[in-house]
Design a protein around this ligand. Structure first.
Ligand SMILES: [Zn+2]
Length: 510
């Protein structure tokens, strides 16, 4: 999560010649009555997928099914070299296509043939294959590259975090550009094999499972091998490289658990463990509310003291910054990041403007957990949150349903987002509400969703017209009126869970 590159995004527009002619994958070339059908020459793939906030994220013309990311990393120099093999299917006839990537490219091959490359925009690698690509063709794209990600900047920014003992490739929405070439938008999910060679004694943690133990390589090096077999959005792939204590276990249902704790945490280590070691319990509890856990493994990574300041729902294994443990254990953030495994990871945004579908739901999960733990009901948390933002606060000016590209992680998306779900629960009743949540995760499993689709589902299950509720809470500036205890003169009491939730959100939102 965190840094949103609006300036860089604005640098590139989507007016690449040819996109108007080729259209989307479902559009045939126009036929002209009475004259022979015009066959269009292959055109360049679009440099973006049309995201309303980040128009140049992702690319048009192909769909990726798998990334094989094979890397070599040296913590002493931050030098990353690698070969990524992309398996994809062309969705248009293409004269060329783009990947999103920033490091220096040594070579690209498409189906074995050397391709020529150039760069464009903020993060576009333009690939021109030796032979044109036809719609439906299977593509094997092999990219060899090298670079120092911490010194590879867009504007003044890198999404890569170099630490004393290694690095973290953990960020949202942009992270992949610094370590593997991709179609970088949640609309194009794929499976991953990620392997990294590091000096022996350094650990590498990534998504999914380890199909084999770390492998010794010549030169006193070790290759760590990770695999995720569920569809994964590019920003949810990650690496944590450094000095870690790794704790493995198996859930009662037989899923592998891999937790990892940076050895730099020192006195923060026990609080990190007391939180992250509860992941399996929390995932089990969440499964009872959100539906079956969608992935093949579980876990958490407690990052180093000089790493990230936030936490991210990296698939199968969230990564947490050290700040969450400063005042002791914090299960709220573990609940939040694991709720994202359903809301964000399995069901991903179709467009970044729908970020409420991620953050509102993960935040409301914290309220449900508080209720479960007897530390304050969701109603009490609603009342206290509502009262804690005065009517004239800027907070109420941000629309959770369309916060703007530079406010994707605004507090309002989290807190007003959770309040919206509580209002929905009050409107439809508990029976319908707790039917809507697993229905949503089932209907959009491994796919994408929009706010409108969620509203339609809630209306179908509840039988109610919810347009006023969604419009008021997600799309209208100003503090909505509520007829609850929040309207009383006396301020509501602070729920016991409030301090931990507040602490988590201070680091997650801004
Ligand atoms: Zn979140």
């Amino acid at each position: 999560m965190r840094r949103v590159l609006t300036a860089a995004t604005a640098a590139l527009t989507l007016t690449t010649a040819g996109t108007m002619l080729t259209g989307g994958p479902g559009q045939a070339a126009p036929a002209t009555w009475g004259r022979p059908t015009v066959t269009l020459a292959p055109q360049p793939g679009a440099p973006g997928l049309g995201d309303s906030y980040f128009p140049d994220y992702g690319n048009g013309g192909y769909d990726v099914s798998h990334y094989d990311v094979r890397l070599r990393y040296d913590p002493a120099t931050d030098l990353l070299t690698g070969t990524t093999t992309i398996l994809a299917t062309a969705t248009e006839d293409l004269s060329r296509f783009n990947l999103d990537f920033l490091l220096d490219v040594e070579s690209v091959r498409v189906n074995g043939w050397a391709a020529s490359t150039s760069t464009a925009g903020a993060h576009e690698l333009v690939v021109t294959p030796a032979r044109t690509v036809t719609r439906g063709q299977q593509l094997t794209i092999v990219v060899r590259y090298a670079g120092i990600p911490s010194e590879t900047l867009v504007g003044d920014y890198t999404g890569w975090t170099r630490t004393d003992d290694g690095a973290l490739a953990v960020n949202e929405p942009e992270s992949a550009w610094w370590w593997f070439p991709s179609n970088d938008h949640p609309l194009d999910k794929a499976t991953f094999d990620i392997s990294v060679s590091v000096p022996t004694g350094v650990e590498v943690i990534s998504n999914g499972v380890q199909p084999r133990p770390p492998l010794a390589e010549p030169g006193n090096r070790t290759r760590w091998i990770w695999r995720t077999t569920s569809p994964t959005a590019t920003y949810l792939a990650f690496m944590a490289i450094g000095q870690y204590d790794i704790v493995t276990d198996t859930t009662p249902s037989g899923q592998p658990i891999v937790n990892a704790y940076s050895t730099s945490l020192g006195a923060l280590g026990p609080a990190a463990r007391a939180s992250i070691e509860r992941t399996a319990e929390i995932v089990d509890w969440e499964s009872g509310i959100f539906g079956p856990y969608p992935f093949e493994a579980q876990g958490g990574v407690a990052g180093p003291v000089d790493g990230i300041s936030f936490a991210l729902e990296t698939q199968t294994r969230p990564v947490y910054g050290p700040g969450f443990w400063r005042r002791g254990a914090n299960t709220s953030v573990v609940v939040h990041e694991n709720a994202h495994q359903w809301f964000g990871d399995s069901v991903s945004v179709a467009d970044w403007r729908h970020i409420w579908l991620n953050e509102g739901f993960a935040s409301y999960a914290e309220w449900l957990w508080s209720e479960e733990q007897g530390e304050g009901t969701a109603q009490e948390l609603f009342d206290f949150t509502y009262a804690s933002y005065p009517a004239d606060s800027e907070f109420w000016q941000v629309l959770p349903g369309d916060p703007g590209a530079d406010r994707v992680f605004d507090n309002a998306v989290y807190d007003r987002g959770a309040m919206t779900l509580h209002q929905l629960r009050l409107a439809v009743g508990d029976d319908a509400f707790f039917e809507i949540l697993p229905a949503w995760t089932a209907e959009h499993r491994y796919g994408n969703g929009t706010v409108a689709q969620f509203q339609a589902l809630a209306e179908r299950i509840s039988g109610l017209d919810l347009d006023d509720l969604f419009t008021t809470w997600l799309f209208t500036a100003g503090r909505p009126d509520v007829a609850t205890a929040a309207r009383k003169a006396a301020p509501p009491a602070e729920p016991k869970s409030w301090a931990k939730i507040r602490e988590a959100h201070r680091l997650l939102a801004h």
